[in-house]
Design a protein around this ligand. Structure first.
Ligand SMILES: *[C@@H]1O[C@H](CO)[C@@H](O)[C@H](O)[C@H]1NC(C)=O
Ligand SMILES: *[C@@H]1O[C@H](CO)[C@@H](O)[C@H](O)[C@H]1NC(C)=O
Ligand SMILES: *[C@@H]1O[C@H](CO)[C@@H](O)[C@H](O)[C@H]1NC(C)=O
Ligand SMILES: *[C@@H]1O[C@H](CO)[C@@H](O)[C@H](O)[C@H]1NC(C)=O
Length: 305
């Protein structure tokens, strides 16, 4: 009676350990990723995106998702960060999926700097990085508990929606990925707007506050407030704003000098930066909120006239 049971158990254990070692696009409950172990990352099944600890300064790391092709080390195009304003130590920092399905980021083995505070769910949960660049925490039925696409930093990937209460916040500078001063979000009049929110002053920067909404081609009557970038490089929003990347629909490539914080700086007439697109078989593009007056090779200005 006991013997067949034991045989089945051994078989199951072997199957489980095989499946967990042959794939690294997901993390199971009770496991972790460590800053100390080089290459301890999740990689989406086709290799397009990776998630792991990314250096953001001296002995400072962020848990990030980056575009993985061409293979990059220090100059990867980062598309999301969990803790952009609270970098963690280069030793003993970990991302842990706890036995209760809570995802936590621990700094130097001591302080929790970020957590999903996951609500009770059907256990066990698992974390999976998709080829779209979305990092999703699932319960045991496959339902979504949390996803990186719902909390963008400064970048939108194709088909990732900027929604009603969401915003993109520009990076501080080209070499500093922490939160900067420009917010791209839907204002209370349903219009997609760029707000300059500095330490002292705060004002709508785009579209121009001196022009009526219809004069700049915006509609105020759709309160679903969604903006999205398609796979060909067209960014559109429910206020009737659209913009196409310069190389729309054609061979789109990574903007030169893109260092993962700012995208290529082609933000002429104060538009959010769309483009900085990346090509790998199937094209991957991104829309990024960067300081609008920064242009390649020029100084950044934040005043507007
Ligand atoms: C980025 O800028 C913030 C705000 O000025 C600063 O606190 C932080 O130390 C900077 N980080 C790096 C890596 O320079
Ligand atoms: C949206 O823009 C198009 C052309 O750009 C225009 O024909 C249409 O009337 C606009 N719709 C609204 C609701 O403003
Ligand atoms: C608002 O935008 C959504 C999404 O694009 C669209 O499905 C809906 O028809 C729009 N509503 C109006 C009133 O234009
Ligand atoms: C990243 O760094 C490598 C090696 O230093 C370099 O060959 C490559 O052009 C860089 N890529 C970008 C986008 O800056």
């Amino acid at each position: 009676m006991g013997r067949p049971t034991i045989i089945v158990l051994v078989f199951l254990i072997q199957v489980c350990s095989l499946s967990s070692s042959s794939s690294n696009d997901h993390l199971h409950e009770g496991s972790s990723l460590s800053v100390d172990t080089e290459g301890n990352v999740l990689t989406s099944s086709d290799g397009t995106f990776s998630a792991g600890f990314h250096p953001v300064g001296q002995n400072a790391h962020a848990f990030a998702i980056w575009f993985n092709k061409p293979s990059c080390r220090d100059n990867c195009t980062v598309v999301w960060m969990a803790n952009r304003d609270y970098p963690v130590n280069g030793r003993q920092s970990k991302l842990i999926l706890t036995r209760h399905g809570n995802l936590i980021l621990i700094d130097a083995g001591r302080i929790t700097v970020w957590a999903t505070d996951t609500v009770p769910h059907l256990s066990p949960a698992h974390l999976k990085l998709y080829d779209s660049g979305n990092l999703v925490l699932h319960d045991s039925t496959g339902a979504t508990l949390r996803q990186s696409f719902d909390s963008p930093t400064d970048t939108l990937l194709p088909l990732q929606q900027l929604k009603k209460h969401g915003k993109l916040v520009s990076s501080r500078s080209r070499n500093n990925c922490s939160s900067g001063f420009f917010n791209l979000y839907f204002d209370s009049d349903n219009v997609l707007s760029l707000l300059y929110k500095g330490p002292e002053v705060s004002s709508i920067y785009w579209p121009s506050p001196w022009l009526l909404r219809w004069e700049v081609g915006r509609s105020t009557n759709n309160n679903s407030r969604i903006a999205v970038l398609d796979h060909l490089g067209k960014f559109s929003s429910t206020d009737n704003y659209t913009i196409k990347s310069a190389d729309y629909g054609t061979r789109i490539q990574m903007g030169e000098g893109d260092d993962g914080c700012d995208g290529n700086m082609d933000g002429e007439d104060h538009r959010p930066n769309v483009g900085g697109a990346i090509r790998h078989g199937q094209d991957v593009g991104l829309a990024r909120c960067s300081s609008p007056m920064c242009r390649r090779g020029q100084r950044c200005e934040t005043n507007h006239g």
